[in-house]
Design a binder for this molecule. Structure first.
Ligand code: RET
Length: 251
């Protein structure tokens, strides 16, 4: 018998709520940019693009798009019958990976600009980040018991370590030239990012990987993380940017 795992009412309602939150936040970020001269709007533009992208992705998911099933064979745990399997078919919201492959590079760009990381290292961090997200998507659609699932996941984790390495190492070195205020802000935002981002592969491992939670629980966990990592991050960055003139980048 095939077991089907799909979103229920609470999951679908959550998707609509996050869509609304992202739309409202995009409006607020856009309004905030009107109060600053054009030369100081770069963080506003990047950060608004992040929530607009999330809003579009959540609209797709809430209206039933950007999702398909992945069926994997799971071993039955009967004591006396060896090697029997049943299929577990679970929804995979691939729209998330489209969202993340656009928004996580933009979040990194915010952090790299803030620290004053050079272009080459910024690009390497972003490349590793895109590899991380695409690896997660291939893992999500991989077949059980093959290298496709946890092999891709391991590649994704490796790429994630590269991202942390680049941003932490070069960021902490470069930000010193920008003074105490920027240094403190960068350290705070980078640690906030590190904690939140590290929760994603954990949720992925339990929900998408091991399929130990319902799809509704998965939707709610990602909803909380997405709101903190995009809206919380954006509010913190934009309000601090207004307060600390040394955060400015002229481009
Ligand atoms: C995956 C699985 C493969 C290994 C790793 C992952 C990390 C994902 C992250 C996502 C962050 C998303 C954000 C979204 C919106 O704000 C792809 C789950 C390491 C870090 C911040």
């Amino acid at each position: 018998p095939t077991e089907w795992q799909h979103a229920g009412d609470s999951g679908m309602r959550t998707l609509w709520i996050v869509f609304a939150v992202m739309v409202i936040t995009s409006g607020v970020f856009a309004l905030l940019s009107w109060n600053v001269p054009v030369s100081r709007r770069l963080y506003h533009v990047i950060t608004t693009l992040i929530t607009i992208t999330a809003a579009l992705s959540y609209f797709a998911m809430a209206s039933g798009q950007g999702v398909s099933y992945n069926c994997v064979a799971v071993r039955d745990h009967h004591k006396h019958v060896p090697d029997t399997f049943h299929d577990v078919c679970r929804q995979v919201y691939w729209a998330r990976y489209v969202d993340w492959s656009i928004t996580t590079p933009l979040l990194l760009l915010d952090l790299c600009l803030l620290a004053g990381i050079d272009g080459a290292h910024t690009l390497m961090a972003i490349a590793a980040d895109v590899i991380m997200i695409l690896s997660g998507m291939f893992a999500a659609f991989g077949a059980e018991g093959t290298a496709q699932r946890w092999g891709w996941y391991a590649i994704g984790l490796l790429a994630y370590i590269f991202v942390i390495w680049h941003v932490a190492l070069h960021g902490s070195r470069m930000v010193r030239a920008k003074g105490q205020g920027v240094k403190r802000l960068f350290t705070g935002l980078a640690l906030f990012t590190l904690v939140l981002w590290t929760a994603y592969p954990i949720v992925w491992g339990v929900a998408d990987g091991a399929r130990r939670t319902t799809v509704d629980t998965e939707i709610m966990l990602y909803a909380v993380l997405d709101i903190l990592a995009k809206v919380g991050f954006g509010l913190w960055l934009l309000f601090s940017h207004r307060r600390i003139p040394e955060t400015n980048v002229e481009v």
